[in-house]
Design a protein around this ligand. Structure first.
Ligand SMILES: Cc1cc2nc3c(=O)[nH]c(=O)nc-3n(C[C@H](O)[C@H](O)[C@H](O)COP(=O)(O)O)c2cc1C
Length: 344
């Protein structure tokens, strides 16, 4: 029996951020081993063997409190963070809004997190346990030198990260997205790669969906030149497609169903701009096996989700995995690997 339809009204009766806090608290008491996955779902990216391409996106478990619980729920990997060098409170509440009629969320959290040191200790505590846990790093809002914050984050978190994500695409830290401009991005990535050292973890870069073709081309060029390991496409959007829910005019980043087509379009743009030379991770509005499979065919090696979990509950990763596998077989592929980029 599916329990979530019964629990959902209870969670939705709480203010959104309280419901989120309660969920994370419950999950910290739910240890467990990573779920088992059909071997046909395995994908290797940047030298890491992902048992399933369906991952938890950054922002759900910002402080690395419950990565093992999410792995036990069926996610093939978990990305914790965004973590900044120093703890920071984020924007005033309320700052997280459900848009139920749109299957969407608007957030302006502003990198609220307990800082890298605390998360590093938690992750060090789970060292040796199975499961891929990536660490997403960002800059403090009032950092004198934001680029230096990324290098510091890479240095601090590399020892406990399966991979690192450089997040320059949050719309909720004023000016952060300007780091996507070629010259700044080049300097930032050079610093991050140097900070990682010779045998540190792979580095992924997470971009916004709100990019013109010229921006996509410039980012792809720098990412290829600097030889980063993967691109995550994408973060939330500052654009506003038509929305119906009461909270539609809130400021912040929009995620969920209304982001789906935009994120898929941007994924295709990056596929074209990189010529397949750089692994892509798709995020934005993925809520079903069909959504996930469409991204895989468009060139993503991995997918991530956040907002759909709020509406569909903790069984979603498993359902997506099962439906995606069925679609893969229907289209004549023996494994997900051969389906990647197959709709060119
Ligand atoms: C409440 C909330 C907080 C988020 N926080 C972060 C974050 O800290 N770092 C980050 O890289 N992305 C963050 N994201 C973006 C998600 O990781 C994801 O890229 C985006 O929401 C699109 O996926 P979705 O439509 O499945 O939610 C956040 C999203 C939401 C809804």
């Amino acid at each position: 029996m599916r329990l979530f339809p019964l629990v959902r009204p209870l969670l939705f009766s709480l203010e959104a951020e309280r419901a989120h806090r309660l969920t994370i608290d419950l999950l910290t008491h739910m240890p467990g081993r990573p779920a088992r996955h059909d071997p046909a779902l395995g994908v290797t990216v940047a030298g890491l063997d992902f048992p399933s391409p369906v991952g938890l996106a950054a922002g759900v478990d910002k402080d690395a409190e419950a990565p093992d619980a999410f792995l036990a729920l069926g996610f093939g990997f978990v990305e914790v963070g965004t973590l900044t060098p120093l703890p920071q409170a984020g924007n005033p509440r309320p700052r997280l809004f459900r848009l139920p009629e749109d299957r969407a969320v608007i957030n302006r959290m502003g990198f609220n997190n307990g800082g890298q040191e605390a998360a590093r200790a938690r992750l060090a505590h789970r060292a040796g346990r199975p499961g891929i846990v990536g660490v997403n790093v960002g800059a403090n809002k009032d950092a004198a030198d934001r680029i230096a914050d990324y290098a510091a984050g890479v240095r601090a978190m590399a020892p406990v990260a399966s991979y690192l994500t450089i997040n320059i695409s949050s719309p909720n830290t004023p000016g952060l997205r300007t780091l996507q401009e070629a010259a700044a991005l080049d300097e930032l990535l050079a610093g991050a790669i140097e900070a990682r050292g010779a045998d540190g973890p792979p580095i992924f870069l997470k971009v916004a969906p709100d990019l013109a073709t010229a921006d996509v081309d410039a980012i792809a060029r720098v990412a290829l030149d600097r030889r980063i390991d993967a691109l995550i496409v994408s973060n939330t959007t500052i654009s506003r497609p038509p929305l119906r829910s009461a909270a539609r005019d809130e400021a912040g980043g929009l995620s969920g169903a209304p982001l789906r087509d935009l994120a898929l379009e941007r994924l295709r743009d990056f596929r074209r701009a990189t010529g397949g030379a750089l692994p892509l991770v798709a995020a934005g509005g993925i809520a079903s096996g069909a959504d996930a499979y469409a991204r895989i065919k468009a060139g993503a090696s991995l997918v991530q989700l956040y907002t759909a979990l709020i509406f569909h509950g903790p069984g979603l990763a498993r359902r997506i995995e099962k439906d995606m596998m069925a679609l893969t077989k229907t289209e004549g592929h023996q494994s997900i690997r051969t389906a990647i980029g197959s709709d060119r």
